[in-house]
Write a protein that binds this ligand. Structure first.
Ligand code: ZN
Length: 119
């Protein structure tokens, strides 16, 4: 048994395993290689889909870090703007605040914000 050189964390069986490369022949011509999990035999579609250990783990981490933080920030704050206020009136010519009797922007905010009930 040769020493495993390409460690993977298999996406099919979840085991720490290694990839088995097999040449693919069409007749007598080698047309490519197949990549399979040594543990469960799952065949990966291409070498790019092989979950090599050390390549996949950091990628998963950074994607989670990026998406988690902005969502937490946006959840509460962005709802308290004129756009979602019950005093906000919009027509083709202007956006109007019913409390301050003045023109506003959808993204404005003020101390008199009251959430619109119907939506
Ligand atoms: Zn497997």
């Amino acid at each position: 048994m040769s020493k495993p050189s390409t460690a993977i964390q298999c996406t099919a069986c979840g085991a720490e395993s290694w990839v088995v490369r097999e040449p693919i022949y069409e007749g007598f011509t080698k047309v490519g290689e197949s990549f399979a999990c040594a543990s469960c035999g799952h065949v990966f579609a291409s070498e790019e889909d092989v979950p090599y250990v050390g390549l996949t783990t950091p990628k998963i981490f950074s994607e989670e870090d990026r998406s988690a933080q902005p969502q937490l920030f946006e959840a509460g704050e962005n709802r308290r703007i004129c756009r979602y206020c019950k005093h906000y009136v919009v027509n083709p010519f202007t956006q109007w605040c019913g409390v301050h009797k003045k023109e506003v922007e959808a993204t404005d905010s003020c101390g008199r914000f009251e959430a619109r009930s119907e939506e």
